[in-house]
Design a binder for this molecule. Sequence first.
Ligand SMILES: [Zn+2]
Ligand SMILES: [Zn+2]
Length: 292
Amino acid sequence: MVIARCSMSLLALLPAQGKKREESQTLQSILVSGDLDFVIGKDGTKIPVSYLVRKIFLLYFSALWCPLCRAFLLVLMEAYEKIKATDNAFEVIFISSDKNQTTFNHYFAQMPWLALPLGDERKKFLSHKFKVKEIPMLVVIGPTSQTVTTETMDLITEHGADTHPFTAEHLKKLEEKFKESTKGWPEKLKHPLHEEHELVPTQRIRYICDGCYEAGERWSYCCEECDFDLHLQCAIGEEEATKIELDEDGEAAREEAKEEKNAKGWVLSAAVLLFLFLFLFFFWMDVSELDL
Ligand SMILES: [Zn+2]
Ligand SMILES: [Zn+2]
């Protein structure tokens, strides 16, 4: 049973064939349609799309009725506040799939950013353009109005404000960090509870484990096709999972010990140098006195 979506890949960076179309993308081509050249602020104030020029912004496809959207909102809000404190050229635009104005108002009131009005015709265009098949979904638009990635949720869940500045290079580095965090886990496995398909380590926001029915977060052994999730310990057994965790702890401890040893080495070298200096100094003083 699943309350979170599986992620196909950590980064859905744009494929080469989409690059050409991508290069011609402008702020106008994304967000302006006829007279609709604005987004809205808290009290419904119209803010011209030109406000977003040279800004990094996230298109946030979401709705109040979606439990995962509500859970993710808190994560995104925390990251938003932190990023805004260091870089004002950053925004989020809420694109709502709410059913009526009351729920839209209630949901948008919780958000500190901007929105497209409910029922705005640009939503259909944007959902189609960015192939929004499920919500929540976040699309990152860079300062030159190019799409950076359409799979940002997992990164923000894991790294929060550190996902900023959302450049492809920075996101790749974060992806490598992700891979590090499943070091030692089997790359894929078959489990008696789900014999039809292989399970692979997949990043998740929240899920209910199909083995123990307890909640889980961050990682699961997942069959995307069937929305089947297992905790690490439910997938490979408590004993094996503990071994992996111990190995990770052991590695961390070894790294720490190495750093400590290096630090001690420096202190010792500094002490030896000081001793030599003092020795030479006093030796020189003695020699000087003899000269007198
Ligand atoms: Zn479990
Ligand atoms: Zn399956």
